[in-house]
Design a binder for this molecule. Structure first.
Ligand SMILES: Cc1cc2nc3c(=O)[nH]c(=O)nc-3n(C[C@H](O)[C@H](O)[C@H](O)COP(=O)(O)OP(=O)(O)OC[C@H]3O[C@@H](n4cnc5c(N)ncnc54)[C@H](O)[C@@H]3O)c2cc1C
Ligand code: FES
Ligand code: FES
Length: 506
């Protein structure tokens, strides 16, 4: 294919799009609305919260096309290279017939305002393409990233429940594909053609773009990435962009050099080794959480409540770890179960416990030109009792006021070991060393747990901010330890239904 070197290529509605000379931090939404006037996708918040900008990205995975909703407002345009894109306009393949998703929205009165509806339609479209018979939980999850300010969710949920009942025709669907099963024999001729076209777009070598003084690198291999970052330690590493995107759209920061990890072979893998489950730096939260939740079902609720489906589709687990926000959720969850990270700097590799990454607020142990290649989560130890709790104001799509995780091993009724980590309580995700010391080697009973709850005040001096007051955080942190005790005490342990206000939704 005779393409310019300084260009990206992707497929939009079956057409090959090639764009040269791109500002690396131009968002996909800016491109859609301002450059090609596809104004169906709206800008509500420009920070991944409202879903008005939702689009669907198609990629080849295991010889199928995988459709995923993402927030166009925080995705940088060059990251579309090699992918397929669907916007709300893509659904108008024929003026004669609405897409089943659209028809269902009309018939069930789900189309309430022009601002949110396009985003809802695209989240529904992604679900339509991935789940032939979604239940209510799958529907709630799929819509978790779309805010309807008039609170008319009921009719939108009904439309989503019924969208699969409409006949499918080439007039109504930009790509005839319904999830018929696991078997690759289900691939239609049209999907096969799309897969081949996507395959032709994949690069064997890394991509480098220039725009004035700005540079964008998408290395093809881990060695290439290590070399580029060593030579450009001032560059910003970009994984899913759900933190970095906001630096541009909200803080108006310039990022003159960006290194994108999404096309780096080897980083998008989950491998099981003797050391545990190794999750590469480009693996999305959606995939990482799906995998980890089978090993640690106690994490399933936190995973479900971590941001929204479109954010989890774009974001990575390693990005959350590297960002190291004091109110991030995965670090307090993974520290007590002994997660480690693999770091790479040039040709050198090293491994450290996850908790050792965090030094102080926005200060970590990574050296110049060093990056995280993967996170290694130990396989489940059956003797361990483990829980993770997320406290925030909404069920979905809300940042934690406090997140806590506890891993306990008992010898009879004596605490053989206990590992406790909190988010939201300090400048970094942090172990509760004083509380752990009170409990270790002592009986797992109400008295010692109460003493450990008191010891938390020596471990943490939380802040008051818009999410919670310091007093609330202190009380919630202590009560979460008590809740863990109630669920794991040696006699009359309570079920999660008995202690979880959300248990009815599980
Ligand atoms: C609407 C919304 C809701 C959110 N909800 C939650 C939530 O509930 N809980 C929560 O914890 N977070 C939440 N977040 C924050 C964010 O989604 C997570 O931190 C996410 O996991 C970041 O991953 P990413 O791949 O998008 O990282 P990016 O934005 O690409 O990168 C984040 C940071 O990590 C660095 N980085 C990325 N990968 C590497 C690497 N391999 N090596 C070294 N440095 C690296 C980047 O340079 C940057 O500094 C939310 C964000 C949004 C926009
Ligand atoms: S504009 Fe609100 S999520 Fe993108
Ligand atoms: S659909 Fe837009 S506010 Fe409810």
């Amino acid at each position: 294919m005779g393409t310019s070197k300084n260009a990206i290529r992707f497929i939009l509605d079956g057409k090959l799009i090639e764009i040269e000379n791109i500002d690396p931090t131009r968002t996909l939404l800016q491109y859609l609305r301002e450059d090609i006037r596809r104004v169906g996708s709206k800008e509500g918040c420009a920070e991944g919260d409202c879903g008005a900008c939702t689009v669907v990205v198609g990629e080849a995975v295991d010889q199928r096309i995988r459709f995923r909703a993402v927030n166009a407002c925080i995705q940088f345009l060059p990251t579309m290279d090699g992918k397929m894109l669907f916007t709300v306009e893509s659904l108008i393949s024929s003026r004669q017939q609405l897409h089943p998703v659209q028809q269902s929205m009309v018939d069930y009165h789900g189309s309430q305002c022009g601002f949110c509806t396009p985003g809802f339609i695209m989240s529904m479209f992604a679900l339509y393409k991935t789940d032939a018979d979604p239940d209510r939980k799958a529907i709630d999850d799929a819509l978790s990233g779309n805010l309807c300010r008039c609170t008319g969710y009921r009719s939108i949920i009904e439309a989503t429940q019924h969208m699969g009942e409409y006949p499918v025709s080439a007039d109504a669907d930009p790509i005839i594909y319904r999830p018929a099963g696991e078997n690759v024999e289900d691939v239609s001729a049209q999907e096969q053609e799309m897969l081949e076209r996507l395959d032709q777009l994949q690069r064997k070598q890394g991509l480098q773009l220039k725009y004035g003084d700005a540079q964008y690198f998408a290395p093809a291999s881990i060695d290439e990435l290590a070399g580029i970052y060593q030579q450009n330690p001032d560059a910003c590493i970009l994984a899913g962009g759900t933190d970095v995107g906001l630096w541009v759209t909200k803080q108006l920061r310039d990022l003159p050099k960006v290194i994108y990890l999404g096309n780096t072979a080897g980083l998008n893998q989950i491998n099981e080794t003797d050391a545990g489950i190794e999750i590469g730096a480009a693996v999305s939260l959606t995939d990482a959480f799906d995998y980890l939740a089978t090993e640690y079902p106690e994490l399933a609720e936190m995973f479900r409540r971590f941001s929204s489906v479109p954010v989890r589709n774009a974001a990575t687990l390693v990005g959350n770890i590297a960002n190291g926000s004091p109110i991030g959720d995965s670090m307090p969850a993974l520290i007590p179960i002994g997660a480690r990270i693999k770091l790479r700097q040039g040709s050198k590799s090293r491994e450290i416990p996850l908790e050792d990454l965090y030094i102080d607020y926005q200060k970590n142990a990574m050296q110049s030109g060093e990056f995280i290649e993967s996170v290694i989560v130990p396989k489940r130890d059956e003797s361990m009792k483990f829980r993770c709790y997320k406290i925030c104001k909404r069920f979905d799509q809300d940042i934690s006021a406090v997140c806590a995780a506890f891993a306990l091993r008992l010898d009879g009724d004596v605490v053989a070991s206990i590992d406790i980590a909190y988010g939201g309580m300090a400048a970094i995700p942090k172990r509760a060393a004083q509380a752990e010391a009170v409990l270790s080697g002592n009986s797992w009973n109400e008295d010692t747990v109460r003493q450990a709850m008191n010891a938390l005040s020596k471990d943490f001096s939380p802040l008051t901010d818009m999410r919670a007051s310091a007093a609330y955080r202190r009380l919630a942190a202590a009560n979460l330890l008590y809740r863990f005790y109630l669920e794991t005490r040696t006699q009359d342990a309570l079920t999660s239904e008995a202690v979880n206000v959300f248990a009815v939704q599980a």
